[in-house]
Design a protein around this ligand. Structure first.
Ligand code: ZN
Length: 475
């Protein structure tokens, strides 16, 4: 075939021009393979063979199995799927409402006033739309930070919404409306562990999102519960004016700071807190668009490098900003370098060579996320034996050629519109820009129905005030 990232050459379509029936091996031919494995290798004109759920082989001129569907990827970049470690997917129907918000506006409207209006079916609709968006954008694993799982029915709806789309998801069970953590220990999480979660290799896995900001017995018991069951735990951390430095020693003193801990934001912390996080091997998740716009504290990438804290990236919520991991990588790099230049200029000198590199943020967005979720044996790099969660960028837009610096090209030149083909667990969910087996129209309908209900409960003047907050006030 002539075009890069093109039609499956030897595929025999069953229900459309881009059909990839289950069980058929897939051979991606002559891609520039950005492995993001520990070697950091970028392999030109390299083939990747997918068999079943996994990457069977990576190499040049691999023999094609007789029944393989072959994708010509000449000139295209192939990378591991992105891994987002923190996204409030239940909020998706309110996409873009908070473009001008700060954290104060968000808490007032989204959390305090509107969150309690969400029924289980609204949670389902938000998660469904968000999963479709993730798959379409090459986010092959997304962490649903579900802090509106107010009842068992809300939790079930959240998980059902995630499972209805065949991407990979981490359900982060949370409940911002119960600061005593009774929901953790009252049996409902144990019930889920028995009925819905068997191991790390299923598409939907479980963690807790506790967001500990109160330091009583309930918080202690919740941490103990998670530790006893080997459940990973996430917290919003170091958020200016909301979650202070005292959270970190509390977690450390109560067995809640470990390599199984994912701390989100972390901008408003002391050096002592960063040292404790590093000593414990806990992870930080950077939501640069969020931190820079909402006023939660500056993205702490430089501190993380200084102390050796492992990093991943996240989008937080599409109520404000994008669900675009390309944008997350760019924002992270720009924030880190911008601050380094500013500090240097204030001291009367210039930065000659940048410290944070494009390859670093690409790693944060892929293998770093996989490590944070405890899934790095399965996903996060293009490595034989790992699950085939892959993203192929097409070459057809002017911005995609020529390519001199593959990692830099992914970070600064590519965008969501360049995502040509997406595989999750060996299954092709998008090819040539078309979603396969993922129903965007259904997602839209669900979101519209949910919005209709939610807006019927919100006074018009509230909505107006929320969408257009008065500019420039301080508290
Ligand atoms: Zn958040």
């Amino acid at each position: 075939m002539g075009s890069a990232a093109g039609v499956a050459e030897s595929a025999e379509p069953t229900d459309g021009p881009y059909s990839f029936p289950p069980g058929r091996p897939i051979l991606i031919r002559r891609a520039t393979v950005v492995t993001v494995d520990p070697s950091g290798d970028v392999l030109p004109e390299t083939d990747v063979l997918v068999r079943g759920t996994s990457i069977a082989a990576v190499g040049r001129d691999l023999p094609a199995p007789a029944d393989a569907a072959v994708i010509d990827a000449s000139g295209s970049l192939l990378l591991p799927g992105f891994v987002d470690t923190h996204r409030h997917m239940w909020q998706s129907a309110f996409r873009g409402v908070g473009a001008d918000w700060t954290i104060s506006n968000y808490l007032e409207w989204m959390i305090l006033k509107w969150g309690p209006l969400f029924r289980p079916e609204d949670i389902y609709a938000g998660n469904y739309l968000s999963m479709v968006e993730a798959v379409n954008d090459g986010v092959t694993t997304v962490t649903d930070w579900s802090h509106n799982s107010r009842s068992p029915e809300h939790a079930e709806a959240a998980m059902d919404g995630l499972s209805a789309v065949p991407g990979r998801a981490r359900y982060g069970y949370g409940n911002a409306y119960d600061p005593d953590f009774g929901w953790v220990t009252d049996g409902r999480v144990d019930q889920l562990l028995k009925t819905r979660f068997s191991g790390p290799d299923q598409l939907l896995t479980l963690q807790l999102c506790l967001d500990i900001g109160t330091y009583g017995d309930g918080a202690r018991k919740a941490l103990e519960f998670a530790r006893d069951r080997d459940l990973r735990v996430g917290h919003h951390t170091g958020v200016f004016g909301l979650v202070g430095d005292e959270q970190i020693p509390f977690l450390a003193d109560n067995g809640g700071l470990s390599p199984s801990t994912v701390l989100v934001h972390g901008g408003a912390l002391s050096d002592d807190a960063y040292r404790r996080i590093a000593d414990a091997g806990a992870h930080l998740s950077i939501s640069a668009e969020s931190e820079l716009n909402a006023g939660q504290g500056y993205p702490p990438t430089a501190k993380a490098r200084e102390y050796g804290i492992p990093l991943s990236l996240s989008m937080d919520t599409v109520v404000w900003w994008s669900g675009d991991m390309f944008s997350a990588m760019r924002a992270t790099l720009s924030a880190d370098r911008g601050l380094a230049h500013l500090r240097a200029h204030e001291a009367g000198h210039a930065v000659v060579n940048n410290s944070l590199r494009a390859q670093d943020v690409l790693e944060y967005a892929t293998i770093g996320g996989a490590r944070a979720l405890g899934l790095d044996d399965l996903i996060g790099s293009i490595t034989p034996g790992k699950r085939a969660d892959l993203v192929l960028l097409h070459t057809q837009s002017p911005a995609m050629s020529p390519i001199h610096h593959p990692a830099g090209h992914i970070v600064f030149q590519a965008g969501r519109g360049d995502v040509d083909t997406v595989l999750v667990d060996g299954r092709v969910l998008k090819h040539r820009g078309t979603l396969l087996g993922v129903d965007l129209n259904h997602a839209r309908r669900l979101a519209e129905q949910s919005l209709e209900h939610l807006l019927s409960k919100i006074p018009e003047e509230d909505w107006e005030q929320a969408v257009n907050p008065p500019p420039g006030s301080a508290a």
